[in-house]
Design a protein around this ligand. Sequence first.
Ligand code: ACO
Length: 323
Amino acid sequence: MTLRSVVTGVGGHLPDQIVTNHDLAKFVDTSDEWITERTGIRQRRKAKDGEFTSDIAVEAARKALAAAGRTPDDVDLIVVATTTGDLTFPACATIVQRKLGCPVGVAFDVQAVCSGFVYALSVADGFVARNRSKCCLVIGAETMTRLMDWEDRGTCVLFGDGAGAVVLEPMEGAGTTADRGLLGFALRADGTKQDLLYVDGGVSTGKTGYLRMQGNQVFRHAVVNISEAINMAAADAGIEVSEVDWFIPHQANLRILQGVAHRCGIAEEKVITTVAEHANTSAASIPLALDAAVQDGRIKKGDLLLLEAMGGGLTWGACVVRL
Ligand code: ACO
């Protein structure tokens, strides 16, 4: 028998405020046509004043716990993937722990930007599949709009706010690819590519800073790196990519996720896309897309899922999950 980390609940939350491409075109030199054609994005959500990453994370976590039939009292581990935590410290995860009213346990953040959720799942798997957590929340939560330079049309049109969460619980499996749970991973980072995508603030500068990106360079690396990670994660899980029921990519750009699907031989109808409505919500985009497809009934218990992401660092990775 093999102990597996099994996803027993999924939840998502978006701030109320919708910002369309037309809204942006009123104060940025851009157009709905340019944004839609180049990225597939039509709108994004924006947190209101006083609404922070921990607030939207808590809402997503509540829904995931309810879906799993668990309460905050059951939670012994919280891992939040974020690059926009409310404060430099404490970790957003400990703020979420307090706001949810969870008992004393383990709580910390994982910072791998857009790849954060895949990284966080892998870290949480190290606890759950070793029986060191009985009920774990893995949350991807971001308020990326707070890192935008609203005068930089090359970046400010791309990002949005939101949060998605899953509950992980240990379950015995047979040790085969038919088991439910996290079945395989591939994680990668290349710090030499830092200048392609970063925030020009932090303790070294004394200000929060803005997101800076050489979009076309990031684009160039994305399809190749992600495709490689997908094949490595599939090999780690012992599956063929063709067996996957649903492909849930990080939602950065429709052209990237279609390019990756094409390169990996994944049929278009298996690709979950939310980029039109959510834009790029960084670490939140994969669990938000997962939640959307669970809620509308496409993804069901037992389905084989392939998740992938690439982000600042550069970091990238992929994960195979049977729901
Ligand atoms: N509206 C109108 N024109 C624009 C806009 C805009 N919002 N933004 C850029 N342009 C212009 C540029 O100024 C340029 O004009 P020029 O030719 O006169 O100089 C032209 O459009 C082309 O610019 P490019 O940057 O070459 O456009 P590209 O086709 O590469 O699309 C984009 C840009 C959408 C950013 C694309 O490169 C992309 O999606 N890159 C990857 C983003 C990504 O995946 N990031 C990773 C995750 S993010 C994270 O980790 C936080």
